[in-house]
Design a binder for this molecule. Structure first.
Ligand SMILES: [Zn+2]
Length: 318
């Protein structure tokens, strides 16, 4: 039997491990909380124990490892330059350290790039060579696929689409800049849209949330809109318009017309997608707009581990 690849999706809170066959079959997966010890040594030993447990669960040896990590990843030398979830990591050579610890070849990329790689291999990107992947959640994750390959730029820093500037003097963003796209198109962004609204229905809406604005989740807002709350629907329309404006810039710059959208917030699809398309039509050439195809991502939370396993197999076979 062919050996498996272990795909790892390392997040700020949880880490997902999956054992994947060369044909893309996910044999097993498990979710483990990231330990408090986030030192280089602590994380390497955590990853090794997760790899061992996954191999045991799959009842098979593995031949390679792929891992997606949040933050700025130097694709060429396999290091994490900077990560919002691991603030002490600067130029951490994750690939080299993990290879030494588990004695297997390791491929490393940015987590959102691997979601795009997963969708390209087994999901919504299978039938197109060029697409932009957008994940909507705490922030905006992005991956750009050109000619069937994830586009990395010079060092691997490409695809940080959430930090394109939408407002010159906008709100401060976690990246250090201000007015980034993800300051409005994200979980916090949705709350900000509520806070900024002058609609008279806002007060009545907020009365339902005694614990304050920060307690409102995209799921709440989705449910409210589904139940017919007009204010909630207005917020989703505004969200959709900002989403569409940002997509328009990407389409205009890249000339890529397939856009795949995933992430938790995309569950409210029916409430924001029309507004996004309307905005896109206003901000792109007519000939370009006609070619735009917006699709839902297909792989959900497994996209990252599948993409990670995919690049591990690719590395091994190259
Ligand atoms: Zn930013």
């Amino acid at each position: 039997m062919d050996k498996l690849a272990i795909g790892i999706d390392l997040g700020g809170t949880n880490c997902r491990f999956g054992a994947v066959k060369a044909d893309g079959t996910l044999v097993c997966q498990q979710l483990m909380p990231v330990p408090k010890d986030r030192s280089h040594k602590g994380i390497i030993s955590f990853l090794c124990s997760g790899i061992e447990m996954t191999k045991k669960k799959a009842a098979s040896e593995s031949s390679c490892i792929g891992i997606g990590a949040p933050g700025i990843v130097d694709y060429n030398n396999g290091s994490i330059v900077r990560s919002p979830h691991f603030r002490d990591w600067h130029n951490f050579e994750l690939r080299k350290n993990l290879e030494a610890a588990c004695s297997l070849p390791v491929a490393l990329d940015n987590d959102a790039n691997l979601v795009a790689a997963g969708e390209a291999w087994l999901g919504a990107g299978q039938d197109t060579k060029n697409f932009i992947l957008i994940t909507l959640g705490t922030g905006i994750g992005g991956g750009i696929c050109i000619d069937g390959e994830i586009f990395h730029g010079d060092k691997g820093f490409a695809g940080e689409i959430g930090h394109q500037i939408l407002f010159f003097d906008g709100r401060k963003c976690d990246c250090g800049s201000k007015g980034c796209w993800e300051t409005v198109v994200s979980i916090d962004g949705l709350r900000q849209l509520i806070a900024d609204s002058n609609d008279p229905r806002k007060e009545k809406f907020l009365q339902k949330y005694h614990r304050g604005l920060d307690s409102i989740t995209p799921h709440d807002l989705h449910k409210e809109a589904s139940d017919g709350d007009i204010f909630a629907s207005l917020i989703w329309k505004k969200f959709g318009a900002y989403l569409g404006a940002g997509i328009a810039s990407l389409v205009n710059i890249l000339g890529i017309h397939t856009v795949i959208i995933g992430g938790g917030i995309s569950n409210a699809w029916d409430f924001f997608i029309s507004a996004a398309k309307k905005e896109l039509s206003k901000r792109t050439y007519e000939e370009s707009f006609e070619k735009i195809v917006i699709k839902k991502a297909l792989l959900g939370e497994t996209a990252g581990i599948l993409g990670a396993a995919g690049i591990a197999f690719k590395m091994k076979n190259s």
